[in-house]
Design a protein around this ligand. Structure first.
Ligand code: FEO
Length: 164
């Protein structure tokens, strides 16, 4: 059985994961508008990842006999000044997600909720990957500077991302 405190906190995290999905969807549309279909593809898969994160938490709450309470999702930012600005925003989003997952893990530890800690360990590990992959793209964009050729090469590379 989940405590009210943990149930509320996981429901908040579910909302955050859906917010991430919505943000990545908006980013993918923006990249498509810029004719950067590789970046758009990468963002669409990222959106799918976020939906699966939310689904894992929903399943966990239900499995523990808790109540899932879905909240509304805010309007995501729809445009950026550059690919670099969009990717920097994605990195910030992932860093915020990491902080929230860590806080949630800390709360589960405080409450001696071992099952929640065990489930959240997957999210802790996943965030290492999430931050790493976005940081790599940002670093490449920084290296590319104003080179359109390098941007297109990176776009081509991101188009090859497969489902995780
Ligand atoms: Fe669900 Fe990208 O973290």
């Amino acid at each position: 059985m989940l405590s009210n405190k943990i149930e509320k906190a996981i429901n908040k995290q579910i909302n955050h994961e859906f917010t991430n999905a919505y943000t990545y969807l908006a980013m993918s549309a923006w990249f498509d508008n810029q004719n950067l279909s590789g970046f758009a593809h990468w963002m669409r898969l990222q959106r799918e990842d976020e939906l699966s994160h939310a689904a894992k938490l929903v399943e966990f709450v239900v499995d523990r006999g808790g109540r899932v309470e879905l909240e509304s999702i805010g309007k995501p930012k729809g445009s950026y000044n550059s690919p670099k600005e969009a990717i920097a925003a994605a990195l910030k989003l992932e860093q915020t997600t990491t902080a929230l997952v860590n806080n949630l893990f800390g709360l589960a530890a405080e409450e001696k909720d071992y099952a929640t800690q065990s489930r959240l360990q997957w999210f802790v590990d996943e965030q290492v990957e999430e931050e790493k992959s976005v940081s790599e793209i940002l670093a490449k964009l920084e290296m590319a500077g104003d080179s359109k050729g390098t941007l297109l090469m990176l776009d081509h590379q991101l188009a090859k991302r497969g489902k995780s």
